[in-house]
Write a protein that binds this ligand. Structure first.
Ligand code: PGA
Length: 224
């Protein structure tokens, strides 16, 4: 069975209380389905930075099969960079790191060069970067391991790419970049997840909206 990454991207969502509710719900759901998150499925949660430490502690205490990811990384190292969170300061809390999401490219003017620098910082800091690309033309920084193909028209619209098209792009990305894993993101739900994960070149999903609801996220884990 191939390895599958089921990655939750919470974006800028969830207060402390909302996060606590999600955690107790996911704990109950995983408790009812002890096989999920073990074996070939790797469950990763990428919350806002403010929740990383708390979730990591909760996951450890309750022995949940969840690994942690952040949503961004600084191009700088530690030092006089007010507001930045460099690799060295987040690595106690996360193993994965989303880099170059289209929302960051659009709202924070992240260029391909900045994305490549962030991948370099992430790798040097011991992270597995999840590098987001919007199509086969987006440059994939060298040594990328997990690439997330996320067509902009599919993000948050309820209008996913077709599994055939996503698979084709995934296979081109693998061939061109040598990335080991390509996952798909954009309006993934419990209903459509397996149409993507069953495709030969797709190794998982990056889930935004549907990951905010513990039950919907569990459905995605279960049906993938
Ligand atoms: P969506 O977002 O699942 O809400 O479409 C995916 C993403 O932006 O990673």
């Amino acid at each position: 069975m191939k390895k599958l990454f089921i990655i939750a991207n919470w974006k800028a969502n969830k207060t402390e209380d909302e996060m606590q509710i999600w955690l107790s719900e996911i704990k109950n759901l995983l408790g009812q389905n002890p096989d999920y998150g073990t074996g070939n499925k790797e469950i990763v949660v990428c919350p806002p930075f403010t929740h990383l430490a708390m979730i990591k502690k909760y996951v450890k205490t309750n022995n949940l099969p969840i690994r942690m990811g952040s949503q961004d990384i600084s191009v700088f190292g530690r030092g006089a960079y007010t507001g930045e969170i460099p690799a060295a300061l987040q690595h106690d809390f996360a193993d994965f790191c989303i880099v170059g999401h289209s929302e960051r490219r659009k709202n924070f003017n992240e260029t391909d060069e900045i994305v490549a620098k962030k991948v370099e910082m992430a790798k040097a800091g011991g992270f597995l970067p999840i590098v987001c690309v919007q199509g086969e033309e987006t440059p994939v920084p060298k040594d990328s391991v997990i690439v997330a193909y996320e067509p902009i028209s599919a993000i948050g619209t309820g209008n996913p790419d077709t599994p055939e098209s996503a698979d084709k792009v995934a296979s081109i990305i693998k061939e061109k970049s040598g990335a080991q894993y390509v996952i798909y993101g954009g309006s993934v739900t419990g209903e459509n997840v397996n149409t993507f994960t069953q495709m030969p070149s797709i190794d998982g999903v990056l889930v935004g909206g549907a990951s905010l609801d513990a039950e919907k996220f569990m459905q995605i884990i279960k049906n993938s």
